[in-house]
Design a protein around this ligand. Structure first.
Ligand SMILES: Cc1cc2nc3c(=O)[nH]c(=O)nc-3n(C[C@H](O)[C@H](O)[C@H](O)COP(=O)(O)OP(=O)(O)OC[C@H]3O[C@@H](n4cnc5c(N)ncnc54)[C@H](O)[C@@H]3O)c2cc1C
Length: 356
């Protein structure tokens, strides 16, 4: 809201008088002594300058930017350094008033109005001044806290401030903020989570179909279909965890729950899992392919088995024996057996001739 021009002029005139009476006579001495103007700053606080633009609901004067500019002109005329003291405080307060949560505004702004708690702005770095896009300071969220790593420079009010507005690059995958007071932040977080879900499901399905296509050509449908299911499962779990992470659901709890469930399922499904992993190993090492005649030597499987591999599954490999009987051999048993090419089948007439 615009300040009444009369009030603006009155405020600027008050500061002009203050500068003429209390600042100009001592500014040069203080500057050369490199001394902090504690008394002048206290007088600025008494004039209400630290709350000049802070909204009235938090105890500030709530004056407009034009009034503020007039005040800064007067202070700078007397001693340039004073404008830095007020400007960085006001920038910090403006950031809180504009982007802060309700709790932050109610907690900090009333203290900043009086100057009891002063603000600072920490933007510049040794390698980033005007080019603020080159700042390298990083902020990473850690639960309810932010961990800031970097080096800052030239922080006016730095030693006397009780609040510092610091610019850092936010690193991480938390987009928006599901815990924020702002509906926009919540919506951004939810939209991103939905985006991760939709795109993740599409990507998972495409990848699983491709794996199935490639595997079907190498090992037949019995192997490719379960492998597709495994790919889909891994993909969906990853996508769901990613989406939950975006909306800041503590994955630690989920992972502990998942690990316990995994152990229980692992114990209950030992046999099936053994076959599944053996199937994956056999699929990669390929000691035989469908259509090949093989000889299996294994006591555990009940003696040597000979026949043609008809399909290679993730749990079982199917063999058609010389007598035409089909048997499904568990992959774990096959992985533990000696496997090699079977001797060529001898036709019945040839066999009879050999006997004669
Ligand atoms: C007394 C004092 C107090 C300060 N207080 C604070 C503070 O409280 N908080 C804070 O964050 N920082 C503070 N600073 C840092 C100040 O903001 C930086 O010094 C300023 O941003 C300039 O950066 P630099 O010194 O790295 O100069 P550079 O960025 O290297 O610039 C050097 C010169 O090049 C010019 N220039 C740069 N880029 C371009 C371009 N693209 N086109 C044309 N010209 C260009 C600039 O105008 C300048 O004249 C303070 C500095 C001083 C001197």
């Amino acid at each position: 809201m615009q300040t009444d021009p009369e009030l603006r002029e009155e405020m600027v005139a008050t500061v002009r008088k203050f500068v003429a009476r209390d600042v100009i006579p001592v500014a040069s001495d203080l500057e050369h002594a490199d001394a902090y103007p504690a008394e002048i700053v206290a007088a600025m606080a008494d004039l209400g300058l630290f709350g000049i633009t802070i909204p009235q609901e938090y105890g500030g004067l709530g004056l407009d930017l034009l009034t503020y500019v007039g005040v800064i002109e007067e202070l700078s005329y007397g001693w340039m350094s004073l404008s830095g003291v007020l400007n960085t405080h006001t920038m910090c307060a403006t950031l809180i008033a504009t982007f802060g949560t309700t709790e932050q505004k109610e907690r900090w702004l009333p203290q900043m109005v009086s100057g009891a708690r002063r603000g600072a702005l920490s933007l510049s770095e040794p390698d980033a001044g005007t080019d603020t896009r080159n700042i390298s300071c990083r902020a990473v969220r850690d639960g309810d806290e932010w961990v800031v790593t970097g080096t800052k420079a030239w922080v006016t009010n730095g030693e006397r401030a009780g609040l510092v507005a610091l610019a850092a690059l936010v690193v991480g995958n938390v987009l928006g903020d599901i815990h924020s007071d702002s509906l926009d932040d919540k919506l951004i977080a939810i939209s991103c989570a939905v985006g991760v879900l939709v795109l993740g499901v599409i990507a998972t399905r495409s990848a699983a179909s491709e794996v199935e296509r490639v595997t079907a050509a190498r090992a037949g449908a019995t192997a490719s279909t379960p492998l597709r299911v495994v790919c889909l499962l891994i993909g969906y779990v990853t996508v769901i965890l990613g989406a939950l992470d975006v909306i800041d659901v503590p994955l630690g709890h989920l992972l502990v729950g998942g690990a316990v469930t995994g152990v229980i399922i692992g114990i209950a499904a030992q046999q099936a899992l053994g076959n599944l992993f053996a199937g994956l190993v056999l699929l990669l090492s390929r000691p035989y392919v469908p259509g090949e005649r093989i000889l299996i030597r294994s006591g555990a499987l009940g003696g040597p088995l000979e026949g043609m591999v008809t399909s290679v599954g993730l749990l079982y490999t199917t063999l058609r024996g010389n007598d035409g009987i089909i048997i499904n051999i568990p992959n774990a048993g096959l992985l533990a057996a000696a496997v090699g090419p079977a001797p060529p089948e001898v036709a019945e007439e040839d066999a009879e001739e050999a006997v004669v």
